[in-house]
Design a protein around this ligand. Structure first.
Ligand SMILES: [Mn+2]
Length: 316
């Protein structure tokens, strides 16, 4: 048992290098990153946003960050597949904990998330957020656009999230339309992947529907995304309900006929050419999960974001 340690999340002094906690024990943080509210020296920040008051169907995504952190314990200190590297060898990643929200005052929620996200982004670190329902992406997009300008949105989702919006609603199904109308995202460079519902409007965003995704290979899907987004600064949001309920039962609004986790993780791995400015994973609701299927898929999406970031940094 050489070089073994435990509780890396609070015992480590370094923000880099893989942890060696046993996968079945030790303090949980995302991939055992150091838990800290200090942004100093962080290249990337993992942050939980435990909010699910905007759902149209089943609640429970407020437990998403906890479930994803726990599932992330499966990533031990071996090089992470498919990146074949210690993601933290040269990249300092912290777990910033969660966003504190007033569960009795939801109208304050978007401003709180935006303010806290802006604080993190001001440090220069990459922000990878864990929802929460999909409403949380709205204030996250605003914070990222304030720093980087108008963004292309790459959205993995069963739903377009362009339903009715009056600019004030706290609704997980309308943030995309709002982001288009407010100029936060450029619809002509944005793309939605895995859509299996029809909203009243597409807002000019390119859609790859669920059955298109079924017919296409991961390589074709990734190439279509890369062609459409081009060199625009982009934000990637992954609603876990993009996956078929067979691969992600633990979510609020499941829709049959979706892709596998293998296919979509493979797509993510191939997006290294994009100029990704921020990313999130949302809608993991562990109360409806079985054997951590959904939480593991969500943790894997998050790990892939960090893998792409580690690859990008090594290319510099
Ligand atoms: Mn969604």
């Amino acid at each position: 048992m050489a070089n073994k340690s435990i509780d890396h999340a609070f015992t480590t002094r370094s923000l880099t290098s893989a942890a060696s906690d046993p996968t079945y024990a030790g303090a949980l943080s995302f991939m055992r990153r150091k838990y800290t509210k200090s942004l100093k020296g962080a290249d990337a920040v993992v942050w939980g946003i435990p909010f699910d008051a905007a759902v149209s169907n089943r609640p429970g995504a407020r437990f998403g960050p906890q479930a994803i952190r726990r599932a992330a314990a499966i990533f031990d200190n071996d090089p992470q597949y498919p990146f074949d590297r210690d993601l933290f060898e040269a990249m300092a990643v912290i777990d910033y904990g969660d966003c504190l929200l007033d569960y009795g005052n939801h109208q304050k929620t978007p401003a709180t998330i935006e303010r806290e996200a802006s604080k993190i982004l001001a440090s220069g670190a990459f922000l990878m957020s864990m929802g929460g329902d999909h409403f949380v992406t709205w204030p996250l997009l605003k914070a990222h656009a304030a720093k980087h300008g108008q963004l292309a949105l790459v959205q993995f989702d069963a739903h377009q999230d362009t339903w009715f919006d009056d600019g004030k609603r706290i609704d997980h199904g309308s943030f995309v339309g709002r982001a288009v109308r407010d100029g936060v995202i450029d619809p002509t460079r944005s793309i939605q992947v895995g859509i299996r519902t029809h909203a009243p409007e597409d807002c000019g965003i390119r859609i790859l529907y669920g059955y298109d995704v079924e017919d296409m290979s991961a390589t074709q899907i990734a190439a279509t995304i890369a062609d459409h987004v081009g060199d625009a600064p982009c934000y990637v949001t992954f609603d876990i309900d993009c996956l078929d309920p067979a691969f992600a039962p633990g979510t609020g609004t499941p829709v049959a006929g979706g892709p596998s986790s293998a296919k979509m993780l493979s797509v993510l791995q191939k997006l290294g050419g994009l100029d990704i400015k921020g990313a999130d994973i949302v809608e993991v609701a562990p109360a409806y999960d079985h054997a951590d299927i959904t939480a593991i898929a969500g943790a894997s999406v998050a790990m892939h974001y960090l893998g792409l970031l580690a690859e990008r940094r090594s290319r510099r």
